[in-house]
Design a protein around this ligand. Structure first.
Ligand code: SF4
Length: 331
């Protein structure tokens, strides 16, 4: 594999061996530590697809999203956008073609601005069209996301949570991007509103042929939306494949644990995404061997000392000794 070329030039986004480290100082005289927030991630997204990235808080999914948006340079590896190394693509071009939708519509919208000026902001920044054309585009996009025109000069504080997230989506779409990076776009909303926003995102994707990278801690949220599913744990991509396949036949014990916590009606097993089998480890002091071993119901002696290899087959990718052993035995 040549690290300077994409494996799949048709993919809208491709990550090769992507990693991001942070140096963390812990007090004046304490030794600095390296936090490996994302490690060796390989994945790709085709046009019109939804790639869901799931995992608990601290697994590296938001760091991954920031790298895909060009907001954070990778420490290792490469990102390709439509076959071009991301660092070679003009920043304005990335900002036009890849847009974020963030988790919290309360803090991501300026409370002192009207909807008209919030949604028009990207058009103003990129100097697109006359003021009349911008107003027309804002009205068009408001209609598309289900915001009545009478709200044009309202302020965010006058809107419901669902309406605010519709404003955030309108602002993301006003420049006609190709890709949306949605970072937990429904987790700050009431359950009843979440479904409306997910349906809206689905409809917009079909209508505008958008590509989504959809970040969530909750597998239930992405089940009906994702074409590809990437499961992250402590910065590592531990399972990846077609969403239908991973949901039907999860292989990694962590994916099974996440799915159990979503699908069970037993409240003692915890909220979706807050798996109950032990605590999430300290990312600054990760466990030896397989980083999931302290919480794994299928842990074997080698798991405590040796990082598992990766099995990549027609079902996708899994990083676990259960499968690399099987592969070795079968060979
Ligand atoms: Fe569990 Fe071992 Fe697989 Fe890690 S490598 S997930 S500890 S079985």
């Amino acid at each position: 594999m040549n690290a300077s070329t994409p494996n799949d030039p048709n993919a809208v986004i491709e990550c090769q061996n992507l990693g991001r480290n942070f140096t963390i100082g812990r007090g004046l005289f304490a030794e600095k530590k390296t936090l490996r927030a994302v490690q060796d991630v390989n994945l790709k997204v085709q046009r019109g697809e939804v790639l869901a990235v799931v995992g608990e808080s601290g697994c590296g999914k938001t760091t991954l999203a920031k790298m895909l948006l060009g907001l954070l340079p990778p420490s290792t590896g490469d990102i390709y956008f439509e076959g071009e190394p991301l660092q070679n693509v003009d920043r304005h071009s990335i900002a036009r073609r890849v847009q974020p939708v963030f988790q919290d519509p309360y803090s991501s919208l300026n409370p002192r601005k009207t909807l008209a000026s919030i949604i028009a902001l990207p058009l103003n920044v990129h100097n697109v069209g006359t003021s009349e054309e911008r107003k027309k585009r804002v009205e068009e996009i408001m209609e598309m996301v289900g915001l009545p025109r009478r709200l044009l000069y309202s302020y965010p504080s006058q809107l419901s949570g669902g309406q605010r997230q519709r404003v955030a989506i309108a602002r993301a779409l006003v420049m006609k991007p190709e890709v949306l990076i949605c970072d937990e776009p429904t987790s700050a909303l009431d359950v009843s509103v979440q479904a409306q926003i997910l349906n809206l995102l689905q409809d917009l994707r079909k209508e505008l042929n958008l590509t989504y990278v959809f970040i969530s801690h909750n597998l239930a949220v992405v089940e009906h939306m994702a074409d590809q599913l990437a499961v992250m744990y402590l910065g590592r991509l531990i399972e990846y494949g077609a969403s239908s396949e991973v949901f039907a036949n999860p292989r990694h014990p962590y994916t099974k644990m996440l799915l159990n916590s979503v699908l069970t009606p037993d409240p003692s097993l915890g909220l979706p995404g807050s798996a109950s089998d032990g605590d999430f480890p300290n990312p600054l002091d990760p466990p030896s061997g397989c980083v999931f071993h302290p919480r794994c119901a299928e842990c074997m002696p080698q798991c405590m000392t040796t990082l598992p290899g990766i099995l990549q087959d027609d079902k996708g990718l899994v990083e676990c000794h259960l499968y690399t052993e099987t592969a070795a035995n079968a060979a």
